[in-house]
Design a protein around this ligand. Structure first.
Ligand code: PLP
Length: 423
């Protein structure tokens, strides 16, 4: 009997990206250069390590794994089960959590999974108002969370611009939420998790903390941990935690089955296995002693930035910061956030315009600027470099966004960025 000789009828592309798709390859090279040459100050961004990026592009991207380790709907899970278990074990160790789900595709689906796990449509949630620093997924009207659930929102104290726990308690007593959410995207202070726990216990609600922004600081010991207080903690993995774009849900053991069922099959299909591997790598990095130093430095840098901006006469929301972000209220400077952010970008300083509490301008053209320290702390910036950044921002504002000043600063910013290589 003659055995046929296998000749593939379709050739499998083996060339690298630059040969297969030079157009796209050029775009990626340009983005790498942009991240290298600019001073990146977006509070939700970072630089993942080469090891994390390598795991993201591994062959795990080829594989389907619906289900959980030891309970999958596909064969061929011998290796990926170990990968996912490693990621889970490291997350438990790092945060002291009883149960961890590493499969959510990103922060927004992680939060939606918590709603799905505990709430029927129309039930009541109490969460922070977007305009005061909350997140879209905390019940904003434009988010599915605000359309399918009855979300009551708390804000800040008008005087101190800080969380007002008495006011939150009063709202909780009035509305009896099934779920109380703490966490933010633009609040420059620590949260009193014990106070939130007490409110949740008093009204019989579940407490979820969304630590997407400050998870890296928690891992580093530079911010109190919500894990001992919350029923459920959600987090992205790509912000201050410095991993791949993804998310995790940490919860008490009693909620494990509900959370896992909500993520899969409730909301998602197969997990992104390469990302799971990259999360495992990032968690290993976060368990090293130098990560604690990074977290401490993120906070020290944010304080130095805020203090110098105050010396330049800027109005900083709450008068300072105790985390990785600084919120600048530009109203006293007579300039809006959007034109300033655009001018800063031309000067090589990348930030985002942001609403400030009780903003009289619309969210698409607000009065504030949000600045964050994680990215440049990862590249080695310390207080001195962040004071320099504050001086440049002040110079650009004082010049009335003069293009000659912007051009001079862009050359100086490029020179500074060049001496702090990116991973
Ligand atoms: C960034 C963020 C999210 C959403 O994360 P995505 O990955 O962008 O979906 C959720 N909650 C908070 C508080 C965030 O800051």
């Amino acid at each position: 009997m003659n055995h046929p000789v296998f000749t593939p009828s379709v050739s499998i592309p083996s060339a690298r990206l630059a040969e297969t798709d030079p157009e796209l390859s050029c775009l990626l090279a340009a983005e790498t250069a942009r991240q290298r040459d600019k001073i990146r100050l977006i509070a939700s961004e970072n630089y993942a390590s080469a090891a994390v990026r390598e795991a993201c592009s591994s062959h795990l991207t080829n594989q389907y794994s619906e289900g959980y380790p030891g309970a999958r709907y596909y064969e061929g899970q011998q290796i990926v089960d170990q990968v996912e278990r490693l990621a889970i074990a490291r997350a438990k160790e790092l945060f002291g959590a009883e149960h961890v789900n590493v499969q959510p595709y990103s922060g927004s689906p992680a939060n939606l999974a918590v709603y799905l796990a505990f709430l029927k449509p129309g039930e009541t949630v109490l969460a922070m108002r977007l305009a005061h620093g909350g997140h879209l997924t905390h019940g904003s009207k434009v988010s599915i969370t605000g359309k399918h659930w009855n979300v009551v929102q708390y804000g800040l104290d008008p005087e101190t611009k800080r969380l007002d726990y008495d006011a939150i308690r009063a709202l909780a007593l009035e509305h009896r939420p099934k779920l109380l959410i703490a966490g933010h995207s633009a609040y420059p202070r620590q949260i009193d998790f014990a106070a939130f726990r007490a409110i949740a216990d008093e009204v019989g609600s579940l407490l979820m903390v969304d630590m997407a922004h400050f998870a890296g600081l928690v891992a580093a010991g530079a911010h109190p941990s919500p894990v001992p207080f919350a029923d459920v903690v959600t987090t992205t993995t790509h912000k201050s935690l410095r991993g791949p774009r993804g998310a995790m849900i940490l919860c008490r053991a009693e909620h494990a089955a509900k959370i896992d069922k909500a993520v899969f099959p409730g909301l998602q299909g197969g997990p992104h296995n390469a990302i799971t591997a990259a999360i495992a790598v990032a968690l290993k990095e976060a368990l090293q002693p130098d990560f604690a130093e990074y977290g401490r430095q993120c906070v020290a840098n944010a304080r130095a930035l805020a203090e110098r901006l105050i010396e330049h006469g800027f109005d900083i929301v709450t008068g300072g910061t105790d985390n990785h972000l600084v919120l600048v209220d530009l109203r006293s400077k007579g300039i809006a956030g959007k034109p300033l952010a655009a001018a800063l970008d031309r000067a090589g300083l990348v930030a985002n315009y942001n609403s400030v509490p009780w903003d009289d301008r619309p969210p698409q053209d607000p009065s504030g600027l949000r600045l964050g320290t994680p990215s440049m702390t990862t590249r080695g910036f310390r207080e001195g470099e962040f004071r320099q950044v504050a001086d440049w921002i002040a110079g650009i504002v004082a010049s009335g966004l003069d293009e000659d000043v912007i051009a001079r600063i862009s050359a100086e910013a490029l020179a500074l960025a060049s001496s702090f290589p990116m991973p």
